[in-house]
Design a protein around this ligand. Structure first.
Ligand code: CAO
Length: 561
């Protein structure tokens, strides 16, 4: 039996990767988890393990190729080794796939279970609020999408609810006529509580139990036609309450057939409506559900990617890139393709610079005493395998500062007009590498001492320079530090590493004459630049934050208070 190994999901917004090395050859016998590729994305170089085993019958890519997520990389023969060779496992893919926001919990759960559609012709059915996910016991009903008397089909959304995780539409699992609605908009519904009662006697179709292991394309199309009819009839209304009876949908389908596009996109009417409202042509959206079904999330992802493409094409958001002159008129030139890291850095920083209203606040810390302590303890840290530098000390200070000033430890969700406060303290460190800037993250810095931070910082910086950082090691940062002081410079204005809201720039510490107790004395002064997102951080907060950092550098005992 031939099995295909496809390039798995590599993380949010990563669509392709460059293949640095194909580690296997045709004829090789590989096991699940064996490394088969070394790839480079715009974020990192990573090894890709196989989630299948077997004999490699064809390698579809070569070193240097760019492979798209989902592209077939290997064909394998399971052959006699069948028993030993496990089938592709979804969890294995998750190892590389990075957290994707889990939305539409209800729909996702339904998708996993093969459906058994019962078309019954009598009695009533109490539709209860289904399980919504782990630890979710109730939800706020934000909209009731049907009204008494409506004829509804299995899978039609009947409620819109909001949990603490997401707003989702709840589809019903049977067809019938709405007899009673037991919940109102604005009320709270408990999981398992009856929310809608439907009359099954309106179902005049056959009573057989239909097993649908997989939605067949034809069935899907038929269903879509029905939905399209429903939607067309309801076009004038913006809410799905106006779903008309569809028991005569065969007739309606014929009636409206001419108005239907040749190829009908598999999406529910509410998804189509949403897509239309935000100006997206649903036929261009690829669905990730069973049979390519398009969800709200698919439409949002498509819109997001489209926006990104538009902004990339324009250089920066809303600003068209100026045409370049012909530089060769003035001398010899050479063109070189940007590395993936450079491309991503350019896009990311253009985005952050265009979207975030930046302000940079400067200050200086007298680190004369700290420098003495640093020298005093550096041997101890050396012996533990780290290097006691001002960067490592700053990581600890910033983690404490974030606890004290939570508005620096948040992200902004402009779509929802919400602030997301984080109860963990992960600090990103800008590392200069020959391939460009990388920002590995020291996780839970507040729980680590300065020696542990020094060791981890050294390891992460080395990994960054040796192309060994994993995506995981570069994600989840709350605040970044960029220390250019080891190289030089007085002050600079760092760009906030979106979706973080602030970044500390550190320049070179130098001895300066400082007026103290009536005389000028030489003191080691460290210049600091705090850039922050003025949408969430006010100037007064910024200087309070920076002063706290300065005072903690000048007197580390302060942190213990
Ligand atoms: N002022 C004076 N000296 C400094 C200093 C500062 N602000 N920061 C570091 N130094 C000194 C260190 O004490 C060390 O001196 P010794 O060897 O005498 O002890 C020396 O400079 C080298 O330090 P380092 O770079 O090895 O270690 P670090 O922990 O301070 O920095 C790292 C680690 C990864 C931040 C750094 O190596 C680096 O890559 N910096 C560049 C960051 C960057 O590119 N930022 C730009 C982002 S925006 O484009």
């Amino acid at each position: 039996m031939a099995i295909e190994f496809k390039l798995p999901e590599l993380g949010e917004n990563i669509e392709s990767a460059q293949i640095i090395k194909v580690v296997v050859s045709e004829g090789d016998v590989i096991k699940e988890d064996d490394i088969i590729l070394e790839i480079e994305t715009d974020k990192a170089t990573v090894e890709v393990p196989s989630d299948v085993g077997g004999k490699v019958s064809k390698v579809h890519v070569k070193d240097g190729d760019t492979a798209k997520v989902g592209q077939v990389i290997l064909t394998l023969e399971a052959g006699d080794a069948k028993e030993e060779i496990p089938k592709p496992k979804e969890e294995k893919k998750q190892e590389i796939k990075k957290e994707e926001p889990k939305k539409e919990v209800v729909k996702e759960e339904k998708k996993e279970t093969p459906k058994q559609t019962k078309k019954v012709s009598g009695g009533t059915y109490e539709f209860k609020l289904p399980e919504l996910g782990e630890n979710i016991e109730s939800a706020d009903v934000t909209a009731v999408l049907v009204k008494v008397g409506d004829q509804i089909n299995e899978d039609d959304p009947v409620l819109e609810i909001e949990t603490d995780k997401a707003t989702v539409e709840v589809p019903i699992d049977k067809s019938g006529k709405v007899k009673e609605i037991k919940i109102k908009e604005g009320q709270k519904a408990k999981v398992g509580e009856t929310v809608i009662v439907i009359d099954l006697s309106e179902n005049v179709e056959d009573e057989t139990v239909v097993e649908k292991p997989e939605p067949k394309e034809q069935d899907e199309k038929e269903k879509e036609k029905k939905e399209e009819v429903v939607e067309t009839k309801a076009e004038a209304d913006t809410k799905p309450q106006s779903i008309p009876p569809i028991s005569d949908s065969t007739h309606s389908a014929r009636q409206f057939k001419k108005e239907l596009p040749d190829k009908i996109a598999p999406a529910s009417p509410s998804v189509r409506r949403f897509s239309r409202e935000i100006g997206i042509d649903i036929h261009q959206v690829s669905g990730t559900g069973p049979g390519g079904r398009i969800s709200f999330e698919d439409v949002k992802t498509f819109a997001k990617n489209l926006n990104e493409k538009i902004s990339k094409g324009k250089g920066t958001i809303g600003v068209s890139a100026e045409p370049l002159p012909d530089f060769s008129k003035w001398g010899k030139i050479e063109r070189e393709e940007m590395s993936n890291i450079r491309k991503k850095t350019a896009e990311h920083l253009s985005y952050a610079w265009s979207v975030i209203p930046h302000v940079t606040q400067f200050d200086k810390a007298d680190i004369t005493e700290l420098e003495k302590l640093r020298k005093q303890y550096s041997k101890e840290v050396d012996a533990a395998g780290g290097k006691l530098t001002v960067t490592a000390i700053l990581v600890k200070i910033i983690a404490e500062a974030l606890k004290k000033f939570p508005q620096f430890n948040c992200s902004i969700d402009m779509d929802k007009k919400e602030i997301i406060y984080k109860n963990y303290y992960n600090i990103g460190i800008a590392v200069d590498t020959d391939r460009g800037l990388l920002v590995p993250v020291i996780k839970d810095a507040d729980k680590k001492n300065v020696t542990q931070i020094s060791i981890e910082l050294g390891e992460l910086a080395a990994k960054a320079r040796d192309k060994k950082l994993s995506l995981e090691e570069m994600q989840g940062g709350n605040f970044s530090i960029s220390n250019l002081g080891g190289i030089g410079g007085t002050y600079f204005t760092p760009i906030v590493n979106s979706p973080e809201v602030a970044i500390l720039g550190v320049s070179r510490g130098n001895y300066e004459p400082v007026y103290k107790d009536g005389e000028f004395v030489p003191r080691l002064m460290l210049p600091l630049s705090l850039s922050y997102d003025h949408r969430i951080v006010d100037g007064a907060d910024a200087i309070r934050f920076l002063r706290w950092v300065v005072e903690s550098l000048e007197n580390p005992f302060r942190m213990l208070l």
